[in-house]
Design a protein around this ligand. Structure first.
Ligand code: AMP
Length: 395
């Protein structure tokens, strides 16, 4: 079959990330980012054949950014674009898999927006602009939450009054599903285990971080909840805090809900703990130079991560391996080493030479001899979205 071309789009409220995926090629044919959309500084960056380009699109919105980038994508696809896959953050309980986009699916994504007030409206901007520009092209929504719809009820319910769940959807949904699915499938492939008879712990560690228990190819528990704030320490997000924090800050400091929300989502995590940066690379360098805040942020990050992995192990019948992925998981021997050191009771131990070698796209096993597998596997959400899109185009 000739190569097929799928454009993958990931929209934020003022940005669009895109990549042209040819499933039989490892590299993206073209990829890039439109940012600061809606402002006078709007700009489109793209990369093709290892060359980087930028174009100012002053005042450009999502539609004008897509209008600029689509002809370049068509050219890179030799005029043969077969479909567009859109990343959508929240699919609620309605979507358990990717969906071909039509008016009904778009309405449902809009109806779920109260659960993801920042993310779903941004995805809709991209979907509506792409449909307006290419009404004939098949387009698909791939949901971050869909993979976690297999969580058992005891894992997804909060201990709050029933009607909050039944009438208002207050439950745990989980996110990063595309990444957790991609790397757990890859782990089965590289170890020769059947996906349907395999049992993994996954740590997706990027700017956002989450853990997942994947059994027989299905998500059984995950650390993010109703929103992507729950769970691990992240770049600027706090992860778990005492649920009384909002009222405590309101009573003692007079903070509004918005102020506390902002603090928990944008000023916390590695940034808040270190007082320095949300970027793990910078923190590792600062730690080397004895920076106390960076040292503490790394310690808290790893301890909380290991606690979450130990909790996820409750969902596994056995452990076929722990998978590290995401920018930090794929590139930081220090974080992997410190995290695994807290997991002695699961029998985990690293071969530190193998651990040190797995950086910048090098993948493989890093466990010490005769210990359970620990794997570094680069994630590729764009590729998984393209594969899900293609699978729907073929039905
Ligand atoms: P992502 O969101 O997956 O792109 O991951 C971003 C995070 O990965 C940031 O905190 C980066 O600092 C971190 N990261 C990337 N490369 C390295 C590295 N070599 N060592 C430590 N952290 C890294």
């Amino acid at each position: 079959m000739p190569s097929r071309n799928i454009l993958v789009i990931n929209c934020g409220s003022s940005s669009i990330k895109f990549a042209l995926v040819k499933p039989d090629q490892a590299q993206f044919a073209i990829s890039g980012l439109a940012e600061r959309l809606g402002s006078t500084d709007a700009v489109l960056h793209w990369q093709r054949d290892n060359a980087k380009h930028s174009l100012a699109i002053a005042g450009g919105d999502h539609r004008s950014a897509l209008a600029h980038l689509l002809p370049m994508v068509q050219e890179a696809a030799d005029g043969q674009l077969h479909g567009i896959g859109h990343r959508v953050v929240h699919g609620g309980e309605r979507f358990t898999s990717a969906q071909r986009l039509d008016a009904e699916v778009i309405d449902a994504i809009r109806a779920i927006a109260p659960l993801a007030p920042l993310h779903n409206p941004a995805s809709l901007l991209g979907i509506e602009a792409a449909l307006a520009l290419y009404p004939e092209l098949p387009q698909v929504a791939v949901f971050d939450t869909a993979f976690h719809q297999t969580l058992p009820e005891h894992a997804y319910r909060y201990a709050v009054p029933q009607q909050l769940y039944r009438e208002h959807g207050v439950r745990r949904y989980g996110f990063h599903g595309t990444s957790h699915r991609f790397v757990s499938l890859r782990a089965a492939e590289v170890t020769g285990l059947a996906v349907t008879d395999s049992s993994w712990l996954v740590a997706h560690l990027g700017n956002g971080c989450s853990t997942c228990a994947v059994v027989d190819g299905q998500s059984r528990d995950t650390s993010m909840g109703m929103t992507p704030l729950e769970g691990l320490v992240m770049g600027t997000r706090s992860g778990d805090v005492d649920p009384n924090l909002h009222s405590h800050l309101a009573r003692t400091l007079g903070w509004s809900l918005e102020q506390t929300d902002r603090m928990l989502n944008h000023d916390s995590g590695l940034l808040g703990l270190s007082g320095l940066s949300n970027d793990m690379r910078s923190l590792e360098q600062a730690r080397e130079q004895g920076h106390a805040g960076a040292t503490l942020a790394i310690e808290v990050f790893c301890y909380r991560l290991s606690k979450s992995l130990a909790a996820m192990s409750c969902a596994l019948p056995r452990l076929d391996g722990l998978i590290f992925t995401g920018g930090i998981g794929e590139n930081s021997p220090l974080i992997r080493s410190k995290t695994v050191a807290h997991l002695r009771l699961l029998g985990l131990a690293l071969d530190e030479d193998a651990n040190a070698r797995c950086i910048r796209g090098v993948s493989g096993p890093i466990q010490a001899a005769d210990h359970p597998r620990v794997l570094v596997i680069p994630t590729n959400e764009e590729r998984q979205i393209a594969l899900d899109t293609l699978a729907l185009l073929d039905t």
